[in-house]
Design a protein around this ligand. Sequence first.
Ligand SMILES: [Zn+2]
Length: 394
Amino acid sequence: MNGTQVSKEAQPLCATRAVKVLKYLHSMVPKTVPRSSLHALEKLPSNLLAGLHTASDWDKVTEDAQLKSWLANNPIPSPKAKVSGPLFHGTLVFAQVSFAAPGLAPSGISAADTQTAINYATLAVVPIQRYASQYGPNSVSVWPVAIPYTAMVQGGAFGPAEFEGWVDDVAQFMRSQQVPDPCIVIMHNRSLPNSPSFTGQGNSLQPSHHSITGSGTPYCYSLVFDENLSIADNNHTVNNQANEKVYAHTLSHEIAEMVVDPRVDGSNPEVCDACSTNCNPFNLFELFDQNGGYMGGTADTGQASGFAFFINSIVRPGVVLDSNSCLAQGGDVQSACTYPPPVETGQLLSYGDAGTPGNVSDPVVVGFGGWLDFKFLFSGTNVAGENRIYAVVA
Ligand SMILES: [Zn+2]
């Protein structure tokens, strides 16, 4: 197994901002500029694309004189720190993609590893939903099983258009299964034999990102750096570092950012970049025990112990960010990123009662928010015997 190229910290963990800039240019640059000049931008490094709103040397960006002049006269909007669009309300659906090419054995992450990632995500979305609620109402659940999908690849590489076609295929299937708002998660381990590369957005080492298809399906593309995954993601040795992570850092980053910014249309911020190697020489993580209890933060999950799972930290709303979505100079990254998931008000909780003294259970959240609007809530049964919640609007 090629473990040597894994998780070089200080490489940007995530390329969502670069993908966003490309999407923006495709929609805004006038049709008189050849589309081939826009496609040529996909070969630029993702950090150059991500910072295009601050660029001034257009010779480094494009050879097309017409595009150069358009870029000089039409500044690209800076990333937003505040939310102006809706957050995600829906279901994460993991596709177990098998990349297939004529004459080659198919390549893809195993069913067992995909299921481990699903089980991880089922735990991780609980704190992610709470951190994201600082930015607005949201809900996120995880489909309990993977959807197998065979992706035909020509020439050892695929681009964004093909990738989004696969996402839409899986989403269409899920909508036919009464899952109306899926976000499709596709994980990719490029070190597996016969693995194709995702070349359309630059080179084959393009980082993980989230985006949305032309027909409106959000998705997460998340890199995986080894096999035999575990929920705590601390069972690999990478670059001689024991207990290293190989998937949960990228997966939690993309899920959390997708939940806050499902549309990738410039209206909402990317909330993990300020706490990751997009902005810093290190990534920050939050640790949770097996009951989902908060244990604190760390930059080095390999040195931490006793945790059941971790997620990439989510920056507090209200801290001052610079034009690259990083903490402004003088800002304290630790205090901006490391804090317990906030308690959400207005949730509807369900308590079990065994009928014996002291036996009322820990509550389960059955309604995500907005229940403070009601003056009274009580349960009952209608004449057909169906369980009902009755509410009195204040
Ligand atoms: Zn990001």
